[in-house]
Design a protein around this ligand. Structure first.
Ligand SMILES: Cc1ncc(COP(=O)(O)O)c(C=O)c1O
Length: 443
């Protein structure tokens, strides 16, 4: 039910005059450290379209970084959040609780992998969820070390900066970072020295060896991994890697945390990406797609682990805000009703063959990967695997100028990623891909 015409339209230079005017006010009043992908200011967004203040309509291949899975003004989200706004905006769950929070926790218990008893705690941002997963794992295991992976991204707070792999722009100049964080290899198939087919077994063996030798498994509270690494470049760990690490965690009493903040809630064609290899995490962190654009995040997991933190040890003034909870219930209702897992798979069916065909034509496309509506291309210099961040930026800019909102990502800033809302129409997908192909042809 889109109120915004679902078609691309470029009526000014990008950015247009109104955006430029806002940009100068922004430059004067907003801290320079907060960047933006495109210098256009949004006026409305719905379905697969973002309209700017100059009337340009962009095909949305970003979903506000994997958030507006159900669209940016989904009917059920607007209906439920509006009703909640009229009832009350806030009481603080830690002062007087309300049903919406409990209902979200019930939904999370039902939707996340595994049929064990589960509990949840709600927060505001992804980073906050990850921080709390670490607190809970430490309280449960009475251990301190946390293991994360090369190319991992977990946020911008002090602890999550430490957990995050890439220095610039996330960490540069912001240290010292939290201690007791250890980084080990991940099975990045495309760049694994002995080939993708060996990556799962070799990377898991190396990671486990490093944990045993450098940290001591008995000191590890949590292993945290994104089942599809988002900011690291949409890396799907090679088959076998996740099950091996999951097994190692089980064997050593380590809490296995799946960070599904970017990959969760139908994005990869499953409710959660770790389902793909039958992984049942002990804890799972969610945010982004959970609430149709309203700020909400969660830690969900085994009841006995979740209950390890003492009363009052978890929470926050706004955590599980009632309007955000209502939005989440609306988003989940939409995902179920429209079967957005099927839509994500259909998006993959449309995008992957087109991108693979482009890879055959343009040799700077080194790899096409991802699943569902979490798809990416990795750009390299012709005939090599050397990252090509320059071409990546040029392609993104050319798409923006033609009214297609694409995002880049990756440790080497050489990945163009596609995260369309799952409610996007197929004509928009095809039109966006045509624009992308033309951008490669023109490069
Ligand atoms: C996997 C993952 N974890 C954590 C975060 C941090 O979430 P937030 O930006 O809401 O703090 C992100 C954000 O991109 C993410 O992709």
């Amino acid at each position: 039910m889109s109120t915004l015409p679902q078609e691309r339209r470029v009526v000014t230079a990008i950015p247009g005059p109104k955006s430029q005017e806002l940009q100068s006010r922004r430059t004067a009043s907003v801290a320079a450290g907060v960047g933006s992908v495109m210098p256009v200011f949004a006026a409305r967004a719905d379905g697969g379209i973002v309209e700017d203040v100059d009337g340009n309509r962009f095909i949305d291949f970003g979903s506000g970084i994997a958030v507006t899975t159900v669209g940016a003004s989904a009917e059920a989200v607007v209906r439920r959040a509006s009703a909640q706004l009229a009832d009350f905006t806030h009481t603080c769950f830690m002062v007087t609780p309300y049903e919406g929070y409990v209902e979200v926790a019930e939904q999370l218990a039902e939707l996340t992998p595994g049929d064990h008893a589960k509990k949840s705690a709600l927060f505001n941002s992804g980073a906050e969820a990850v921080e709390n997963a670490v607190k809970i794992a430490r309280a449960y295991t009475k251990r301190t070390a946390v293991v994360v992976f090369d190319h991992g991204y977990h946020g911008r707070t002090n602890l999550t900066m430490a957990l995050t792999s890439k220095n610039m722009p996330y960490k540069q100049g912001f240290g010292p970072f939290a201690p007791e964080v250890y980084r080990v290899p991940v099975a990045y198939g495309y760049r694994w020295p002995t080939g993708a087919e060996n990556a799962g077994a070799e990377a898991s063996a190396q990671a486990i060896d490093q944990i045993n030798k450098q940290i001591g498994a008995e000191n590890v509270a949590a292993i945290i991994i994104e089942p599809v690494l988002g900011e690291g470049g949409f890396i799907e760990p090679a088959k076998g890697f996740l099950p091996a690490i999951r097994q190692f965690a089980s064997d050593n009493g380590i809490v296995f945390v799946a960070d599904e903040i970017q990959s969760g809630f139908c994005r990869t064609g499953q409710w959660f990406a770790c389902e793909d290899e039958g992984i049942v995490p002990d804890l799972i962190t969610t945010a982004k797609g959970i609430a149709g654009g309203l700020p909400l995040s969660a830690v969900t997991g085994r009841a006995e682990i979740m209950d390890a933190a003492h009363s009052g040890g978890l929470g926050g003034t706004y955590g599980g805000n009632p309007v955000a909870c209502a939005g989440a219930l609306g988003a989940i209702e939409t995902m179920r009703e429209l079967d957005l897992n099927a839509k994500a798979k259909r998006i993959e069916e449309v995008m992957k063959p087109r991108l693979t065909a482009m890879q055959e034509k343009f040799d700077i496309i080194g790899d096409v990967r991802g699943r569902g509506a979490m798809i990416a291309i990795e750009l390299v210099k012709s005939g090599t695997k050397e990252p090509n961040p320059k071409a990546t930026a040029q392609i993104a800019k050319a798409c923006h100028a033609e009214g297609v909102l694409v995002l880049t990502t990756g440790t080497y800033s050489n990945v163009v990623r596609f995260l369309p809302p799952l409610v996007i129409g197929e004509e928009l997908l095809t039109d966006g891909l045509d624009v992308l192909e033309a951008a490669f042809a023109a490069l």
